[in-house]
Design a protein around this ligand. Structure first.
Ligand code: TRP
Length: 335
């Protein structure tokens, strides 16, 4: 029978292979990618070319690329449903990035807040790649003609720039690129630091007790929650000024699916010690299956390589089509 269902919308997103994601990255973003797989035709990539805008150690980079790919599989991204690949294994990304760089203005790039932040942090290495990062990101996106790009609020500016580049290009040469919408995820939990709960949980925090990494073992997770900052009221309730408890309640709610009201009711009359124990246990249970699958993928190098290869081949085909079209429209000679 003919398939009369409307074409699924397309979604694309990428993650840099820089360090192990935190519980915050998972509950706030990655877990939403898993949930998008049925509604959208999804493309997800490990953005390793973006990682080298700051200096990387080769052996470590190699390991981090493999681990990030394995982790995407471990959290439940399914290569049967979605196209999963590593950016550097698909040549069209670098190729289209140059074409788009020639359609991106110096002034536009100078306004990017991520560039300004990173230039400040890495003042000894403000390289051309760091500046041109948004042109490469635009290529990542536009090659696959997605309708939406799920990103955190910090990446919205880059997606807006991508839209401007796409419109500019289409205006000059005819329709080549779908102009995508940023898709700011509304369902994700906003997980904060366990030590300074007014700040976002970050894997680059110097204090290890501030964040939970997806690779933390159960003892470490429990220890980190026992040490989490709370307040002196000793009541598990969600309220202004109770940033530490609010954060723990949100984490617990995101892990168990219980509403904040239900959490409040369940812990009425109980102390913070019991509550922290329960939050830690809920997190351990969320991490357990991910860590088990991750270990299995990392042990089977053959399977991981073959999944990468399949992803690279499919992504190369899809992206080549867009690259060829863009080159032809611009006046390049294809043979
Ligand atoms: N810049 C994104 C980040 O730092 C990663 C990224 C690279 C990306 N290419 C992308 C995100 C394409 C969405 C779409 O988080």
């Amino acid at each position: 029978m003919e398939n009369t269902a409307p074409r699924k919308k397309r979604a694309l997103s990428c993650i840099q292979p820089s360090g192990v994601p935190t519980l915050g990255n998972y509950l706030g973003a990655l877990r939403n990618w898993v949930g998008m797989q049925d509604e959208f035709e999804c493309f997800f990539a490990v953005a390793d070319l973006h990682a080298i805008t700051v200096r990387q150690e080769p052996a470590k980079l190699r390991q981090q690329i493999r681990e990030m790919f394995a982790l995407l599989l471990a959290i439940g991204l399914d290569p049967e449903k979605s196209l999963l690949f590593v950016q550097s294994q698909v040549p069209a990304h670098s190729q289209l990035a140059w074409l788009l760089a020639c359609h991106t203005q110096f002034g536009e790039l100078s306004r990017m807040t991520q560039f300004k932040d990173k230039a400040q942090k890495h003042a000894d290495n403000i390289n051309l790649g760091l500046f041109a990062y948004p042109s490469l990101m635009a290529a990542d996106i536009l090659l696959y003609q997605p309708d939406v790009v799920p990103v955190g609020a910090d990446q919205k500016q880059h997606v807006e720039l991508t839209r401007n580049i796409a419109e500019r290009f289409n205006g000059l040469y005819g329709n080549v690129f779908t102009v995508p919408e940023p898709y700011i995820m509304k369902t994700g939990a906003r997980v904060r630091s366990l030590q300074e709960p007014t700040r976002k949980m970050s894997k680059s925090d110097e204090n290890q007790y501030a964040y939970v990494s997806l690779k933390d073992d159960p003892d470490t997770v429990m220890r980190k929650f026992r040490r989490a900052v709370t307040d002196s009221e000793a009541q598990v309730r969600y309220a202004e000024g109770k940033d530490g408890i609010n954060n723990l309640m949100e984490i617990y709610s995101a892990c168990t699916g219980d509403s904040l009201e239900a959490v409040e009711a369940a812990f009425a009359g109980k102390g913070y010690g019991d509550f922290k124990q329960a939050v830690g246990e809920a997190v351990v249970e969320v991490l357990r299956p991910i860590q088990e699958r991750f270990a299995r993928y990392m042990q089977d190098k053959g399977q991981l390589d073959s999944l990468m290869k399949q992803g690279a081949e499919r992504a190369s085909l899809a992206s080549r089509r867009t690259l060829d079209k863009a080159m032809k429209k611009m006046g390049f000679v294809l043979v």
